[in-house]
Design a protein around this ligand. Sequence first.
Ligand code: 3PG
Length: 327
Amino acid sequence: MKILFADKFPAARLEHLRGAGHECVLEPDLTADRLPSKVGGFEALVVRSTRVEAGTLAAGEGLKLVIRAGAGTNTIDKAAASERGVRVCNVPGRNAVAVAELTLGLLIAIDRRIPDNVADLRDGRWNKKRWSEAQGLFGRSMGIVGFGAIGMAVADRAWAFGLKLHGVYKAGRPIEVQNRLASLGVECVDDLETLAERCDILSFHVPGTEETRGMLGRALLERVRPGAIVLNLSRGDVVDEEALIEAMDGKGVRAGLDVYANEPGSGEAEIDSPLACHPNVYGTHHIGASTAQAQDAVADGVVEILDAYQAGEVLNCVNEQLQGDGQ
Ligand code: 3PG
């Protein structure tokens, strides 16, 4: 197959694919705007967060497969892909540990104010007095919203820190998930509002969909405890950013964020985000999945999808209309 990689891809996996006879073109700096002019002639397109819009799908005559080298597919126009019979496949779960590690990293950073500590020392200021203010995490209550692979990996790690874990009850969770939640002592409440009232820390691990847009909005933030910590490493528009700023100004909520509503889709760009600049926010650059371990694991998943496709099987197809069809 002729495959275009529009984001970084580990060299060893690329060599494996070339060795299997595929023609692989690596263009890691391609932007969403430039994709339509490049995609012609390729049968498969592999992307991370680079947006795949209707224009790219229209320009991609011969394109049969778009592989999202990661979990979230909100950056891909799945409806346009379905109309053209293009399969969209993702690689869920493989970067869950990396996202969970950053979640706990941001949580500890907030509690101990690590970035501000570091900034003062770098400026030659010793300020043990100010930066000694920390509550500690042990025994505090943490609400996890979403118990997919990432939420579960967060729960495992948070449990090890002695946090008391809570979630929202959901009918139909697989028995393995129910058993794991029980073994971690996760107490499930009836709704998000109760979760917000009950917890010192709230962490969001949900996909970016119409249902989750604005989930952490004004109404929920009213129920959040004063001084609570909120963590969002899922998708930017899960948070109503204006409402979060109000809650930070009004009742001292603090936030650890890896994603933003208007975040750029490329590796380097300007960002104009009042939320990311707010002093109560420790923000990272949507790097949750960006460890070498996670990227190797995701790349293995991409190779599996390509190998299966060659053998006539479509793995992890997310465009509902095309699921179950053969090639
Ligand atoms: C995902 O959806 O898998 C994560 O948000 C990671 O996205 P990225 O591969 O663009 O960093």
